[in-house]
Design a binder for this molecule. Structure first.
Ligand code: SF4
Ligand code: SF4
Length: 517
């Protein structure tokens, strides 16, 4: 057992309100530079939709990630042989139109406009050519299903659905969507690292954050091809590739990454998980239907004395072990089994997990009689005599999972390599917690009914309370459990003891770096 620690993330999709605050926080800190205009290290997609860059999930186009090769795996569109033959021409890259042509506005047209009768306008200009342009695309252009026929209907995940299921999904009164915020997954088996011919990309030993050394990168862009999530980007100005760094300078100082800190919906959780690195190859090469379970099995119990002993033998600090025991991500992913990785079939073993969305659970859309309700309203109260909108008067407050407005097959295509049962189990747990809390707070659900829901989901009432706390009430320190970085050890490792020879004894440093420096 080769125990390592990994900073991991959970995004609770039921809570994302699609406000894009996370994207803007990241954009203002990291990608607000020349050459990085089109990059969104954090972006929020509307699902169903084609995403950013367009159709990034369709590896027939982009050739990203790993594929099974006998008993092992091989990079689909990069790697030693394929990379060498394409090194001066990489054919599997998204082009700028797949992202979007970055633009700004001629603000001086507003500021310097002469006083007149007409409203001045600021024309959009391309940030590449500097010339006026017509905007045809942007990050999350299909926000909130804007332009659904062109975007939502071209979502690669719809391939899992029959034509009839697809049509039913897009009937106007049934249409449903949710938000999918994405950052680099800081994978355990990262395609980007494996594909880099320069050896510029590395996974940090102490916390698993994947970084690109800007001095070593030679701009071959094999990482852009190999990352199936398209989370490495090429900076045309510096000639180097760049990617999400999980705000490591903030993490080292004990702060949450900017996207997570600013998240309005508080959907984001960050914590340490321990895993067995000996199993990476076997897990990444597992059969598709076993991938999710194999990845979850690789995550170790931080309370197990054997795991603790092996972790200590590997040099994992006590503070990291404490953080692993209190980790919100461990609870969601392993203890409660409520979160799944995005597209496990890409075999990079992503360490960002998603709690799938339950979507509107109570309302159905049908003709109902609101007359009685309308008569109670005051004369000056504004109300509409609509008798067709949401009906919340059903005796069955919570619909069944099978009738969920977003088909299970669609969620399974995103989060479990097509295994609908894996998604169903998670949705049942989400539903059971809601039913349990409805019993506690409103009291119109019988104990028998609520207990039955908990039993079906495999939860106890105490666990449901814990899930409720972490989902709805958790404070900042519950959501982000960041261990001390121990950079002093990493920095000391890079020091040459000869440099300090003679200070106070051989190799004894006068100043030891501290956390946060
Ligand atoms: S998501 Fe992509 S860029 Fe991030 S570690 Fe995984 S393969 Fe690399
Ligand atoms: S800030 Fe949070 S709630 Fe808003 S879009 Fe981003 S992830 Fe969703």
């Amino acid at each position: 057992m080769d125990v390592r620690s990994q900073i991991s993330m959970v995004f609770h999709l039921d809570k994302c309100i699609g406000c894009h605050t996370c994207s803007i926080a990241c954009k203002n800190i990291w990608t607000d530079r020349k050459g990085a205009e089109y990059m969104w290290w954090n972006n929020v997609e509307t699902k169903p939709g084609t995403g950013f860059p367009t159709k990034w999930e369709d590896q027939r186009i982009y050739q990203g990630g790993w594929e099974k090769d006998g008993d092992g795996i091989a990079l689909r569109g990069a790697g030693k042989r394929k990379g060498l033959s394409n090194i001066f021409y990489n054919p599997h890259l998204p082009v700028i139109d797949d992202y979007y042509e970055p633009f700004t506005y001629k603000y001086l047209d507003l500021i310097e406009a002469r006083a007149g009768n007409d409203q001045p306008t600021a024309r959009p200009i391309s940030m590449i050519t500097g010339k006026p342009m017509d905007i045809k695309m942007g990050p999350n252009w299909d926000d909130d299903l804007g332009g659904s026929p062109d975007y939502a209907r071209n979502d690669p995940n719809l391939e899992a659905l029959t034509p009839a299921e697809r049509d039913a999904m897009f009937e106007l009164e049934r249409i449903a969507f949710f938000y999918l915020p994405r950052i680099c997954n800081h994978c355990l088996n990262p395609g980007c690292v494996a594909a880099c011919p320069s050896g510029a990309i590395y996974k940090r030993g102490e916390d698993g954050i994947v970084l690109i050394d800007q001095l070593v990168c030679r701009g071959w862009r094999m990482c852009v091809t190999a990352c199936p999530y398209k989370k490495t980007f090429y900076n045309w100005s510096t000639g180097k590739s760049e990617k999400c760094i999980l705000c490591y300078p903030r993490i080292e100082a004990g702060y949450a990454p900017a996207c997570m800190h600013s998240c309005v919906g508080r959907i984001r959780y960050l914590g340490v998980m321990l895993y067995d690195a000996d199993r990476i190859h076997a897990v990444a090469s597992a059969n598709e239907q076993d991938l999710v379970q194999a990845q979850l099995d690789m995550i170790l119990d931080p309370f197990d004395p054997k795991v603790i002993a092996a972790a200590k033998a590997n040099g994992i600090a006590d503070s990291t072990l404490d953080a692993a025991q209190y980790s919100p991500t461990y609870k969601y992913v392993k203890k409660w089994g409520m979160a799944l990785p995005l597209h496990p079939e890409f075999r990079t073993l992503p360490m960002l997990f998603y709690v799938p969305p339950l979507l509107p659970v109570m309302a159905s859309v049908k003709t109902v009689d609101h007359t009685e309700q309308s008569e109670k309203m005051h004369d000056i109260a504004k109300h509409w005599p609509d008798n067709w909108v949401y009906d919340t008067s059903t005796t069955e407050l919570f619909g069944t999972i099978a009738d969920a407005r977003l088909p299970l097959k669609y969620l399974a295509s995103l989060f479990s390599a097509g295994d609908t049962e894996a998604v169903k189990v998670r949705l049942l747990k989400l539903m059971a917690v809601r039913i349990h809390r409805r019993r506690v707070t409103v009291g119109d659900i019988s104990d028998q009914r609520a207990d039955q829901a908990l039993k079906e989901a495999g939860l106890t009432a105490a666990e449901a309370e814990d899930i409720y706390y972490l989902s709805a009430l958790a404070k900042f320190n519950d959501r982000f459990v960041i261990p001390a970085a121990h950079r002093e050890q990493a920095i000391e490792m890079m020091e040459f003891t000869g440099d300090v020879k003679g200070n106070i004894g051989f190799g004894f440093k006068a100043d030891t770096a501290e956390r946060g420096l």
